[in-house]
Design a protein around this ligand. Structure first.
Ligand SMILES: [Zn+2]
Ligand SMILES: [Zn+2]
Length: 176
């Protein structure tokens, strides 16, 4: 046994991994891949995602008149997790443009416990460059997912707003 041996990568020691504050209100660990049995704690986050995340948190807190946490149910996804989420049109190459912006650390699916998804979507719509609001099929039934990313819709020639869960007339009324 050498006295310079590193502590084993297990237990509480791993629990601190990525527990690094990277902006006023967010830790790096909040953006980790949540796949389980894929990569284990891997993470990428584009600085602009943090700017929009902080702006959305501020707008949400202002809207509610009380400091309100924003969480990401999904942010970075490793290629394995992304392929499981997205089906066979996603590949295992992180550079593959068919892959989600989640693989590049340029997307997050925000939520806030106790706040309606419609309120969150309305706020996200005014902040993020691109927002998706849609129903996703899960083993226990469909769930509303709000997806936000930093894609440049004009440059990529893609819609800035997409998905089938926006309230009737919402996008038209808000000029998109
Ligand atoms: Zn993973
Ligand atoms: Zn998403």
């Amino acid at each position: 046994m050498h006295d310079w041996a590193l502590p084993a990568l297990e237990g509480d020691y791993l629990g601190d991994l990525n527990r690094v504050k990277i902006s006023d209100n967010f830790y790096l660990s909040e953006f980790e891949c949540h796949g389980g049995s894929c990569c284990g704690y891997s993470v990428k986050v584009h600085p602009d995602v943090l700017v929009y995340a902080e702006a959305m948190r501020s707008a949400l807190s202002e809207h509610r008149g009380v400091d309100t946490p924003l969480v990401f149910v999904s942010a970075y996804r490793c290629p394995i997790h992304n392929q499981r989420e997205g089906g066979k049109h996603h590949s295992l190459d992180p550079r593959d443009p068919r892959n989600s912006f989640h693989c590049q650390g340029k997307a997050g699916d925000p939520d806030s416990p106790g706040v309606s998804k419609v309120i969150l979507a309305r706020i996200a719509h005014t902040i993020w460059p691109r927002v998706g609001f849609y129903w996703a099929q899960r083993p226990r039934g469909s769930v509303l997912v709000l997806h936000c990313d930093i894609a440049d819709p004009a440059r990529l020639n893609i819609p800035a707003r997409w998905g089938d869960a926006w309230p009737q007339g919402f996008l038209e009324a808000n000029g998109r």
